[in-house]
Design a protein around this ligand. Sequence first.
Ligand code: VGL
Ligand code: ZN
Length: 180
Amino acid sequence: MKKALLIVDVQNDFCPGGALGVKDGDSVVPVINSIIDKFDIVLASQDWHPADSVHFEKWPVHCVKNTFGAEIHPDINEEKIDQFLLKGTADKDDGYSAFEATNISLVEYLHEQHIQNLFICGLTTDYCVKATALDACREGFHTYVITDAIAAVNMNPGDDKRALQEMYQAGCILVESGEI
Ligand code: VGL
Ligand code: ZN
């Protein structure tokens, strides 16, 4: 069965020093690089907001399209990415899930490529990774969440653990990178 890696939002603004930098955000990068060659297809989503998005009523301004903060972390080799997914592009919604990408239909793309197994990693555990993983389960993909290649906002302590529990209960399979 073909498998794809979906790297969610490993962008400068979610890494330490960024506008919405999360603790250990950049620690996912070497883990991702250690597994990136094991997949038939590699996808990367990018939070890609208009500067006037209503999203910024909830969050500090981050990942404004075509800015440095919205670029993928420089240590991820973009040549290995087959398809980019731009999301959060509307000015009126959050667009947390990569399945809400507006440049392509992710579901149609995965079906065309005959992908059944979808491995998800990246940022952030409690928002975009979670929303993407829940959508993937709902769409019927065998959905794996790579637990040592994700990092959380943790607005409230324990949000990361609750998010993992929610993904597990929805049918996601939790794996470590070494098991792939
Ligand atoms: C995200 C907060 C706001 C994420 C995006 O990528 O998880 N979190 N926008
Ligand atoms: Zn955002």
